[in-house]
Design a protein around this ligand. Structure first.
Ligand code: HAM
Length: 422
């Protein structure tokens, strides 16, 4: 039996890679537009980078690929990008040598041992940004803008921005007490995980996959923000208005990771094809993470887009216009391949995409290949062409054929392309 991919992992075959690269190329353009520099961190880190004391998130408690190759160090395949980037920011003392905020972006594979389903994989790719070192509502709005306008530029319809504030530590502490008092007498009605969350981080009960639909959770008291957090959130909303970004405040949005403070957001799709995995990207502010990693007490904010999830949506909305055509196909009718090979290479050096026949098949078979590859020009090289240092050029759009001196070939092809579009 031949090997197959491991459950929850997928090959990105050539046609999918074209789409993947279209999405990542555009994301890199957006990184540049907003002043982000790309960073690559290791695929695995010490487990402590991701796992903090009292962590309650599913990702950390249940879904990490943790291993110990030498029986001593505990290592983990990264389940998300933020923690590794912050570890690197601190380790490389980026706060000292750079003007703050430091803006870092990444396109990297992540690993979570989740139950696979459409849009949920065990290995997937995130495109993310982290803006570290300053805290201002304008930055929150700008980070949301980067992600939102990226999605809009792709042309996706039915995209909704949800935002919420989890408050500063004062608001969260108060809210935590309220929730403990509220849920405490109903401990038995909560799922096993939420009983645990009640002791460690009761906020997470609000977005539990099992309990969030129950009346008990629906009726839970709402977060009351401190004056400072409220003013901060109002300013974030103001700047989103200035940027023309429509949003909905969702006071039940707490996000799946423990490190968030103040602003959190998700961009969701209302398109049916996204199924239950409707969140295209999510993120938020983290006031304490840099300090927890051993750095100074500075705040950061970021988000990550799931590329495979985005790809499903783009496919459903027929966003991808894939052009797999090539510029030239070289038909060689000679035993000797030297002349055809050097013509092909010269064209490639002049930025024409070229494919050629390797086997000296029949003229008919080679023409068939040129059609399959959707070549704009078919270049025919027979005995006479080699003798006279020429190439016969067939323009598949105009159907015209002519013989061109080899030294004039690239100029002539350029001109034919230009003439056609004038
Ligand atoms: P997250 O919400 O866990 O946040 O993941 C971000 C995005 O990654 C999701 O919205 C989804 O598109 C994609 N994603 C997550 N899990 C899977 C999966 N199993 N299969 C396919 N796609 C998935 C974070 O990871 C944070 N680090 C985001 C962030 C950056 N917050 C601040 N900075």
């Amino acid at each position: 039996m031949p090997y197959q991919t491991v459950k929850g992992t997928y090959d990105l075959l050539p046609d999918t890679m074209i789409k993947f690269n279209m999405l990542s190329d555009l994301f890199r353009q957006f990184m540049n537009l907003y002043g982000y520099s790309e960073i690559k961190t290791p695929v695995f880190e010490f487990t402590g980078v991701f796992q903090k004391e009292n962590d309650t998130s599913d990702m950390v408690t249940k879904e990490m690929y943790t291993f110990s190759p030498n029986g001593k160090d505990s290592l983990t395949l990264r389940p998300e990008g933020t923690a590794g980037v912050i570890r690197s920011f601190v380790e490389n003392k980026m706060y000292g040598s750079n003007e703050l905020p430091v803006k870092l972006a990444y396109i990297e594979e992540m690993f979570r041992h989740e139950r696979p389903q459409k849009g949920r994989q065990r290995q997937f790719t995130q495109m993310g940004v982290e803006c570290i070192g300053d805290k201002d509502p304008l930055i929150d709005a700008e980070v949301i803008a980067l992600g939102y306008f990226y999605i809009k530029t792709l042309g996706l319809q039915g995209v909704k921005v949800l935002i919420n504030s989890l408050g500063d530590s004062e608001s969260r502490l108060n809210y935590r007490k309220f929730l403990e008092e509220y849920f405490g007498p109903h401990r038995e009605e909560l799922c096993f995980d939420c009983q645990n969350r009640l002791d460690k981080n009761p906020l997470r009960i609000l977005d539990c996959k099992i309990d969030s639909g129950t009346k008990l959770v629906q009726d839970a008291p709402k977060m009351v923000l401190s004056e400072a957090s409220n003013a901060y959130f109002e300013k974030v909303k103001h700047y989103l208005d200035v940027l023309g970004i429509p949003y909905e405040v969702d006071d039940r949005l707490v996000r799946g990771l423990d490190y968030y403070t103040d602003t959190v957001f998700e961009v969701v799709s209302t398109n049916e094809s996204s199924g239950s995995q409707a969140t295209i990207f999510g993120g938020g502010r983290y006031d304490d993470l840099v300090k927890e990693m051993g750095g100074p007490s500075i705040s950061g904010i970021g988000f990550a887009i799931g590329v495979e999830r985005l790809m499903i949506l783009c496919e459903a909305e027929e966003i991808f216009a894939i052009d797999k055509s090539i510029d030239c196909y070289v038909i060689n009718l000679n035993e000797d391949k030297d002349y055809a090979l050097s013509v092909a290479e010269e064209l490639r050096n002049n930025s024409f995409s070229v494919e050629m026949d390797y086997y000296k098949r029949s003229l008919k078979a080679q023409f068939k290949s040129s059609e399959r590859k959707n070549a704009r020009f078919v270049l025919i090289i027979g005995e006479d062409e080699v003798k006279n240092e020429e190439v016969s050029v067939k323009d598949t759009l105009t159907k015209a054929q002519e013989t061109v001196a080899r030294k004039e070939l690239t100029d002539r092809l350029d001109q034919l392309m230009e003439d056609y579009y004038v």
